[in-house]
Design a protein around this ligand. Sequence first.
Ligand SMILES: O=C(O)CCC(=O)C(=O)O
Ligand SMILES: [Fe+2]
Length: 282
Amino acid sequence: MQIERPHPKIGALVTGVDVRSLSDEDWRTLYQTWIDSIVMIVRGQTLTKEEFLAYSRRFGRLKPHRVRKTRDPEHAELTVMGIGTKRADGQVNQAIYNRGGHWHTDSPWDDEVCKGTQLYGVAIPSTGGDTAFASMYEAYEALPDSLKQRIAGLKAEYIYGGKKREGHDLLEPEDRARPPAVYPMVRKHEESGRTSLYANPHHIVRIQGMSDADSEALVKELTPYMVDTPAQYQHKWQKGDIVIWDNRCGLHKACGGYPIEEPRIHWRTTIMQDGVQRRLAA
Ligand SMILES: O=C(O)CCC(=O)C(=O)O
Ligand SMILES: [Fe+2]
């Protein structure tokens, strides 16, 4: 097994391993590499859905995604991304084509902490379709002390799609009115012990205890620290890549820009963190 870390702050590329037959030592190394690098690519895999699920489960408890429409019919814990980018009338279905196309963390709207997300590249377009990642440890580090003090102790509320309810047509009607989940804006990672900024510009609805205008202004002030950090990695997919990212300390976005007539298909699992309190808005 070889591990490359081209950027010291974010990203690791693992080659020369088959995740179906890992030694205990290689598994421990992989897990720690992921915690250290925020986003880890394991290249060159050939997996069935069951094998992908079994490997994903090693990282933690899997949860079926709130978007029921894109769950695999036989495996609720597996979401199939990228099916149906074109509507019957030939128009682009933006909710599918552009899914994840904003800087965000996954499932901040869930009352349970979402530890990680794992994608397996099934069909990769010839150009475009990258996924970008940014370190929220570095975003926090870069904040001026005055801003660090202003956000200390603040909590924010999140719902699926944020204020604009983007992507709500992917949700079933009964899932559209769920209460917001609450997350501290400065968080200590439960495994690395490091501090990161958690503000997720896409799914946020408000910062608690602030007027809408003040809350919006503060998120606007924080956003450049999150999205312009030099601690970024842009992944160019290859078929057979498994990419896992840590939602507790990173943002990501789908970069789009791939030909609509070419398939871009990923299998996806959502990995939850146990032993942390549920976080519903009071
Ligand atoms: O398709 C991508 O590149 C990322 C999609 C995404 O944001 C997700 O699966 O959570
Ligand atoms: Fe995402």
